[in-house]
Design a protein around this ligand. Structure first.
Ligand code: 13P
Length: 251
């Protein structure tokens, strides 16, 4: 049985003060929930304070990116050990915004995934097709290339600790979410990839989240699908009431 995961990707939003206000609201609203793993991924500048604010709460902390090296001359970057010292347990890797605006490739995604695992951070690996790729019937082809890249040289034990987020690029921040059937079809395809690579037992343990315009109105139907094991939420995670609605629809 996979415990659903609802993760909030705050992207480049919330000052430290705003982040603390949101976390305080979330703690009040979600303090008692069980049966679902809740993760918040604030910007780097708020991780330290949010970690302190989350003490004695079941809400877990994640970062939105990291470098694969432990330290060194990489101006502007943040390392996996730095994330560990501020309480991160998860890190989003290869988000489509990083791939398109910051030129991340399947190779750099693979380096980051391996590094995250080496330092006991669970990577939330993002994959997803662009609209023109879907229209050209290339969705599965694109996803397979991204998965092969991300999981290159990963052992069974490593693969088991990963989380995948399927985020069709055309559904991110557009209000156009994939239908539950469209999303689940890709999730089933991803699980088949994992099963072919690592065997059925491991593939059944890996959470595959859906992301792209998830809100409290559409989340229940999406999460009811056979292979949708949670959500990676952008815009709707910035508001405590809507994030609470999504979390509660997963239970
Ligand atoms: P939205 O929920 O704002 O569409 O963003 C999805 C996303 O990119 C989460 O990582």
């Amino acid at each position: 049985m996979r415990i659903p995961i609802i993760a909030g990707n705050w992207k480049m939003n919330k000052t430290e003060e705003e982040a603390l206000q949101l976390v305080s609201d979330l703690k009040q609203r979600l303090g008692e929930v069980t049966g679902v793993k809740v993760i918040v991924c604030p910007p780097f500048t708020a991780l330290f304070s949010v970690n302190k604010a989350l003490e004695n709460s079941s809400i877990l902390l994640g970062a939105q990116n990291m470098h694969w090296e432990e330290k060194g001359a990489f101006t502007g970057e943040v390392s996996p050990t730095m994330l560990l010292t501020v309480g991160c347990k998860f890190v989003i890797i290869g988000h489509s915004e990083r791939r398109s605006y910051f030129y991340e490739t399947d190779h750099s995604v693979n380096l980051k995934v391996k590094s995250a695992l080496k330092f006991s951070l669970s990577p939330i690996i993002c994959v997803g097709e662009k609209l023109e790729e879907r229209d050209a019937n290339k969705t599965k082809e694109v996803i397979e290339i991204q998965l092969k890249g991300a999981y290159k040289e990963l052992s069974d034990q490593q693969a088991e600790k990963t989380v995948i987020a399927y985020e069709p690029v055309w559904a991110i921040g557009t209000g156009k979410n994939a239908t539950p059937q469209q999303a689940n079809e890709v999730h089933v395809f991803i699980r088949k990839f994992l099963s072919d690579e690592y065997g059925e037992e491991i593939s059944e343990k890996i959470n595959i989240l859906y992301g792209g315009s998830v809100n409290p109105k559409n989340s229940r139907e999406l999460l009811a699908m056979s292979d949708i094991d949670g959500a990676l939420v952008g815009g709707a995670s910035l508001d405590a009431v809507s994030f609470e609605g999504i979390v509660k629809s997963a239970i």
